[in-house]
Design a protein around this ligand. Sequence first.
Ligand SMILES: NC(=O)c1ccc[n+]([C@@H]2O[C@H](COP(=O)([O-])OP(=O)(O)OC[C@H]3O[C@@H](n4cnc5c(N)ncnc54)[C@H](O)[C@@H]3O)[C@@H](O)[C@H]2O)c1
Length: 258
Amino acid sequence: MLMKDKSVVITGAGSGIGAFTAKVFSAEGANISLLDIDEAGINAGYDSIIKAGGAVLKQKIDITNRDDVFKAGSAAINKFGKIDVWINCAGISIIVPFLDCTEDIWDKTLSVNLKGMYLGCQCAVTHMLKNGGGSIINFSSQSGKKGGARYQAYCASKAGVIGLTQSVAVEFAQQNIRVNAICPGVVKTPMWDRQIDDYAKKRKLKPSEVMPYFCKTIPMGRVCEYSEVSDLVLYLAGDRASYITGQAINLTGGSLMS
Ligand SMILES: NC(=O)c1ccc[n+]([C@@H]2O[C@H](COP(=O)([O-])OP(=O)(O)OC[C@H]3O[C@@H](n4cnc5c(N)ncnc54)[C@H](O)[C@@H]3O)[C@@H](O)[C@H]2O)c1
């Protein structure tokens, strides 16, 4: 068990990568705090972890709200005594032609994807400093390293996540807090189910042609599996990654190489 008795907080745990990662960490022995704005999502994760015999806490929060985030951090401390790992996974993605990108879309995307990670990092660091260290993992994206048409707000937010990650990593490197970002390519989650029509329009494809299009353009010829994401999160969370901090690691099947 790679995470035995570790206290692990996961934002965006109600769906997709966050929900899958929570179950993997629980199976590895971690005590899990599930945070998400989607109550039904965390209820389902909670039930499934309890059924499997795991220890779990759920908190409905808006990641953009400082009080919500810090209250959730305190709840994790009250229940599990410490926070060893904080995974900032909550995010939103809207594909829209640049000239139709409203201030609302811009503000919401930057708020959830970047401010939410800033608040998560600040809460995690506050507790980790009292606990002698920890590991923070922030979800950026390949879109944080390479711009994309109709994707300005998302790309800007995910590039910001890399800047945030590097800066927090440097400031707390000597306090044994490691901070890294993961930059996935395409993982077929509910996020993709919601945006596939807009992506299809951007490429002048049918929605059914989008995933095959990715498979053609990704060097490894396929999209990323959930387990390939959670394996990297597990590695970065654990002691085997003890000399890795401030990195933004590509998980793109070869699509990005720098
Ligand atoms: N799926 C991909 O291909 C892909 C690729 C690169 C990066 N990512 C990133 O990985 C992360 C997870 O993505 P996913 O594909 O699993 O998406 P998802 O939509 O399945 O899950 C995202 C979760 O974030 C939650 N969330 C949104 N706004 C919130 C808020 N204000 N407060 C709290 N929770 C909130 C949602 O309720 C949802 O449960 C995101 O940060 C995403 O940008 C995903």
